[in-house]
Design a protein around this ligand. Structure first.
Ligand SMILES: [Zn+2]
Ligand SMILES: [Zn+2]
Length: 424
């Protein structure tokens, strides 16, 4: 399955710095020579001011195209990805219309060939119109280039439909990615069900609404002997269920967002709509479980769930505002500031979970720093501090939970598929 982007020739350049590639087992000061987009030489160097790593892969991005190009386009979303250090992204199908036919998918792939700055893949819907009633034509969609299947934005409520989705996704040989939420439990929940919600008088979205669906789907995947990917894990109980399943050999993978790794429901006290996500920010014990699961590999991927929203929609009172925040341009800085700099998670682990981890789960080419490989590199300044300011965003939307925050760690350059797509 191929990702697509604008055509262009590969660049010729040399990068020097501390090269950290966890997949290749490299952590030393090196000079990397790139000719026409391909790494042709790697030699010792004295330069150590910057870190050069395999560029990032985001398995969960909302490009809002087609239908809400006022919030994001393929051009602006992939420019934001380039600025965030990404060399590949996967876009979600909950657009208007939903990506549920080969015709809609085909026209998106064509637009990405014209507009995408970094290689982009598209997931197609599991059910027609994401209504949870009838499966899409998965084999045909896979043939037309679908990178996987998801009804993200909504759960697959029917267990029977989920079982058949597992069977058909296996035939189509594409991963199934799941937004886990039992709507009869989450109901009209606005934030994590707990002490803060009680204090604020906001309706709760309990962790069991996620974990109960995770348990159900793991049970179905085990019964069908099929693989499953759990999106944006937020709950401690989900982590335990995934751990148990992996230990008994069920092929279940998972992703976690920077906001769930860095924030708790305490942040919602601000009533800032940029702290309103689905699934919601949870309490400290949940956040800690997520960090541990990322560190020990139970959770293999960081995913931004970049979800742009128009300003007038997010400016609404908390209870009326839509769920979701942007994340492509701040993911590395958020994790470096909150996990790497304080010594909570090693740098190489964060780099691995932002690049090789998601690439493996979705069957994409793993970005590697080796002679003969196409260059997919990010250059980072770990110590640079900067203030997150919407003026600098490439994204068409600015609903970031980090607006105005001082963060540490900056993307200086991004090379995607052999081409320089971003330079600070
Ligand atoms: Zn979701
Ligand atoms: Zn999403």
């Amino acid at each position: 399955m191929a990702l697509v982007c604008r055509n262009g020739r590969g660049d010729t350049l040399t990068l020097e710095g501390r090269v950290v590639d966890p997949t290749e087992g490299i952590d030393e000061c090196l000079a990397i020579t790139i000719e026409k987009g391909v790494i042709v030489a790697i030699a010792p160097s004295g330069a150590s001011a910057t870190v050069i790593a395999p560029a990032f892969v985001d398995p969960h991005v909302h490009l809002r195209t087609p239908g809400r190009e006022d919030e994001e386009t393929i051009a602006t979303g992939t420019a934001a990805a380039a600025a965030g250090g990404y060399c590949a992204i996967l876009a979600m199908p909950n657009t208007e219309p939903v990506v549920d036919t080969a015709a809609v998918l085909g026209s998106l792939v064509e637009r990405a060939r014209q507009e995408a700055l970094v290689p982009t893949g598209f997931l197609a819907a599991i059910s027609r119109g994401q209504r949870g009633e009838q499966l899409t034509e998965m084999a045909e969609l896979a043939e037309a280039g679908a990178a996987g299947f998801t009804d993200d934005g909504r759960p697959v409520v029917s267990a029977g439909l989920m079982r058949r989705a597992l069977q058909y996704a296996a035939v189509a040989a594409r991963p199934l990615a799941l937004h886990e939420e039992d709507p009869t439990l989450s109901r009209d929940g606005q934030m994590h069900e707990g002490a803060v919600a009680a204090e604020l008088g906001l309706a709760g979205w309990p962790s069991v609404a996620e974990a109960a669906m995770v348990e159900r789907d793991i049970g179905l995947a085990a019964y069908e002997h099929q693989a499953l990917h759990i999106m944006h894990v937020s709950a401690l109980e989900s982590v335990r269920a995934i751990q148990t399943a992996q230990a008994r050999g069920v092929d279940v993978s998972a992703e976690v967002t920077p906001h769930h790794l860095c924030l708790t429901d305490d942040a919602v006290r601000s009533l800032d709509a940029n702290t309103k996500m689905n699934p919601p920010l949870r309490s400290e014990e949940h956040r800690r479980a997520l960090v541990e699961a990322l560190a020990d590999g139970t959770i293999a991927c960081v995913a931004t769930d970049h979800a742009p929203h128009a300003r007038q929609e997010k400016d609404a009172p908390f209870e009326e505002a839509p769920f979701g925040v942007t994340g492509l341009e701040t993911a590395f800085a958020a994790l470096n500031t909150n996990l790497v700099a304080p010594g909570v998670v090693p740098l190489e682990t964060v780099l691995e979970r932002m690049s090789a981890g998601p690439a493996r789960v979705f069957g994409l080419r793993v970005p590697r720093i080796a002679v003969g490989e196409r260059a997919n590199l990010v250059v980072l300044d770990l110590d640079a501090t900067w203030t997150v300011d919407e003026e600098t965003f490439r994204s068409r939307s600015a609903n970031s939970w980090l607006l105005g925050a001082r963060v540490r760690g900056k993307v200086l350059r991004t090379i995607a598929d052999g081409r320089e797509v971003y330079a600070a």
